[in-house]
Design a protein. Structure first.
Ligand code: ADP
Length: 753
């Protein structure tokens, strides 16, 4: 485009130059013609002048005609041989008016030169340009006049260059060019410039001859509107070119981006293809009519058919086994109806080689980017192996459950910390045993071993005993669960019970035996002295009856009786001494410790009767003066009686409460039970020896208890408990160690003393 414009431009320039040269040449011709015709006219005028006697009127007439014909000329004059103006005719408006007068001599250097040249050559001569009036530059044409071959002067025409230029150059020319005349040095002499040209586009000079003297005609081309237009065109084309270049750049960038995107797309496609090839799940797409539109390599591998064989195929498909044709048809119908189950369909697929495998199909609608469904995508997985594993697992599970079910113990598996939720697993025995009542829920703390001690429990409904063991285990799904194993220990319990009863009986028998022995030895020991005393006193009495006896005779007998009585006394003393050896060993001890020990010994008894023992002791530091072992015995006896008294009390009410309180002088211990209570009339009888209402009772317990308490300077008595049952109360003196202000009075010391 640039080259084209450059050529166009230079062509244009050349054209312009040629035109300029031609035009300038034309202008020169025009000037030349004018000047030459002027010169000719002046020569004619010179010829008509004959020296001094020239007819002035004739000259004036001819000069006038000349001036009017050549308006560029300012004046016409006739000079004599001494350059005096003989005759003169000039335009009224000419600035020469003032400088030229008839009779005066003209004497500018240029005039003299031209005059002399004309005179010497005898030819018309153009003077060099000179500065005249009104700052105008003028030239003169001197045409020599001869009379009889004698030089008689010249006819001079004065022409201002400006006027000559204006008249000689056509107006059309001056519109296009600035036309000027310059001298040999390039100095401007005249110009038609109507406006200034800053940067001349093109100029051309030609030598002007006439008038010669190195004068040149110069034309400078103005910028024309046509050029302007072509410029505008050029700019427009240039602008358009720039636009094209810019759009090329944009296009380049765009295609670069496109290239990048294409590359990315290619990479993505490759990745997808690789992924598709590596997937082990078979994929098959069908259109809404059931025609296969796509299968992936995994599907081909699974079935043994090539992609080209399957794609485009309509059902029935070659991989449908004949046996399960109907199932396959039904499955396809479901898929096409959009009713394929979410958990998938199980079908059989026949490979090309005829072998058949189990597969699971998952179906999802194939929806394009505009949300239109174009078919169904089915993923197919070979489940032969998973199914085998599953079946094996199920069989193992069955065996495991069977074993658990047939176990001799009740098993239940529960989630920890969620006792209200149904258990994860229960076996048959658990369901049977605990249909009506379940064992109490012990505290369960995560997987820690705390709270997992085995415990025994009496089912209140079936009245059977169970041992319950709990353990935190890892369940099959990995979560920590609580497994509870319950074994029926009723027979063991019964055996224990029988054993204990036998023990008790044995104890009782031995106690009886001891008692019997004691009694018989006592009887035996006392029998002799008493028999002797009886004999002596009988003999003495008989003798007194006969009257044959003297008082002195009775003395030895009485002495013997006394001795025997002494002996009996000794026996008794010995027994007392024996008893004395068992005397309580009183020392300061904490009542709380005694109670806790007694409860510890009674726990088994309480458990066997499903009773609980509670203590309410506001001051565990309370100290009494007592033989701890004896007081323990008392408490144990009272607890045992309380428990036995509640045999007909409902389970949940079987509770023995031990309540402690203190006064400054003594500590009061109360043992409450919720048994049948004691009728008012037999209250005091309870404390008698051998009073019992029990088949295997001895009736010695309360009696001994009272003895022990009284020995401790306390009291033991029974009252009816409010709300049913009875309460056995006993007091024990406090020890001065109890430093509470109310207990440290002098009276307490006195009491102790
Ligand atoms: P045993 O317990 O061997 O019968 P005890 O002297 O300990 O001898 O008791 C005597 C009797 O007092 C008992 O047989 C019973 O009838 C009655 N008894 C004792 N404690 C209570 C009690 N807490 N409630 C009702 N009766 C009781």
């Amino acid at each position: 485009m640039g080259a084209f414009f450059y050529t166009l431009h230079s062509e244009d320039q050349d054209q312009a130059r040629l035109r300029t040269i031609r035009d300038v040449e034309l202008a020169r011709q025009s000037i030349r013609t004018r000047l030459l015709s002027l010169q000719e006219r002046l020569s004619q005028l010179a010829r008509s002048i004959d020296g001094a006697d020239t007819d002035k009127a004739l000259f004036q007439r001819q000069a006038k005609a000349l001036l009017s014909d050549t308006p560029e000329m300012s004046s016409v004059a006739v000079l004599d041989t001494r350059r005096n103006i003989r005759m003169l005719n000039l335009h009224a408006s000419s600035p020469l008016n003032r400088s030229l007068q008839e009779g005066s001599q003209v004497g500018g250097a240029e005039t003299i030169w031209a005059f002399d040249s004309a005179k010497s050559t005898g030819l018309p001569v153009f003077s060099p340009p000179f500065l005249g009036p009104g700052n105008g530059v003028y030239m003169e044409i001197h045409s020599p006049a001869f009379k009889n071959d004698h030089f008689v002067g010249t006819v001079v025409a004065t022409i201002p260059f400006t006027a000559m230029l204006n008249d000689a150059v056509p107006e059309s020319f001056t519109k296009l060019y600035m036309v000027s005349i310059v001298d040999a040095q390039g100095k401007l002499i005249a110009s038609n410039a109507s406006r200034q040209i800053d940067r001349p586009k093109m100029s051309h000079e030609v030598v002007l001859s006439p008038p010669g003297h190195g004068l040149k005609l110069r034309a400078v081309l103005y910028k024309t509107s046509a050029e302007l237009f072509s410029n505008m065109l050029a700019w427009t084309v240039l602008g358009l070119s720039a636009l094209i270049v810019w759009s090329f750049i944009l296009l380049y960038r765009h295609s670069k981006l496109r290239n990048q995107a294409e590359k990315q797309l290619l990479a993505e496609t490759k990745f997808r293809r690789a992924m598709e090839n590596s997937v082990i799940t078979g994929m098959r797409a069908i259109d809404m009519d059931g025609r296969i539109t796509y299968v992936n390599p995994a599907f081909c591998k699974m079935t043994g058919y090539r992609e080209s064989e399957l794609v485009g195929m309509l059902p029935p498909f070659p991989y449908w086994p004949e046996k399960s044709y109907r199932i396959q048809e039904e499955a396809l119908r479901l898929i096409l109806a959009g009713q394929a189950p979410r958990q998938g369909l199980e079908v059989q697929i026949r490979r090309r080689d005829g072998s058949v495998f189990d597969a699971r199909m998952y179906v999802s609608p194939l929806v394009d980017s505009e949300g239109k469904q174009s078919g169904w995508m089915t993923s197919v997985t070979d489940i032969t192996e998973p199914r085998r594993v599953r079946e094996e697992l199920a069989a193992a599970q069955k065996r495991f459950v069977r074993i658990l079910e047939e176990l001799d113990a009740a098993v239940v598996v529960e989630e920890p910390d969620a006792p209200t939720r149904p258990p994860i697993f229960t076996n048959r025995l658990h369901r049977e045993w605990f249909a009506q009542a379940a064992p109490p829920i012990q505290q369960r703390i995560g997987g820690a071993q705390r709270g997992f001690e085995p415990f025994e429990w009496l089912n209140p409904v079936t009245q059977r005993w169970y041992e319950i063991r709990r353990r935190a285990i890892l369940w099959v799904d990995g979560q920590t669960v609580i497994m509870q194993v319950t074994t029926d220990i009723s027979s063991r319990k019964e055996a224990e019970q029988i054993n204990r009863q036998q023990q008790e009986k044995l104890q009782f028998t031995s106690r009886l035996m001891t008692l019997g022995e004691l009694a018989s030895s006592l009887a035996h020991e006392l029998n002799q002295p008493l028999t002797a005393i009886a004999n002596y006193t009988t003999g003495g009495a008989n003798r007194l009856k006969t009257g044959s006896v003297k008082p002195a005779d009775l003395l030895p007998m009485l002495e013997k009786v006394n001795a025997q009585a002494q002996r009996a006394g000794d026996v008794i003393r010995r027994i007392r001494e024996f008893v004395k050896q068992q005397e309580p060993n009183r020392s300061p001890c904490k009542i709380d410790t005694i109670i806790q020990d007694a409860i510890g010994f009674s726990k088994l008894e309480a458990k066997n009767h499903a009773a609980t023992i509670e203590v309410n002791n506001p001051d565990p530091e309370l100290v009494v003066m007592a033989d701890a072992i004896l007081i323990e015995q008392v408490l144990m006896n009272l607890i045992k009686n309380g428990i036995e008294a509640m045999a007909n009390t409902p389970f949940e009410e079987r509770r023995v409460l031990i309540q402690i309180s203190s006064t400054p002088h003594f500590v009061l211990t109360e043992v409450y039970d919720r048994g049948a209570g004691v009728p008012e009339d037999i209250r005091e009888k309870l404390f008698e020896s051998f009073f019992t209402t029990k088949s295997n009772g001895m009736g010695m317990g309360l009696n001994i208890c009272r003895t022990i308490i009284e020995y401790h300077q306390g009291q033991l008595w029974v009252e009816s408990a409010t709300g049913g049952g009875s309460v056995f109360k006993f007091t024990l003196p406090t020890h001065p160690k109890n430093t509470t202000p109310t207990q440290s009075g002098p009276s307490s010391k006195e009491h102790d003393a």
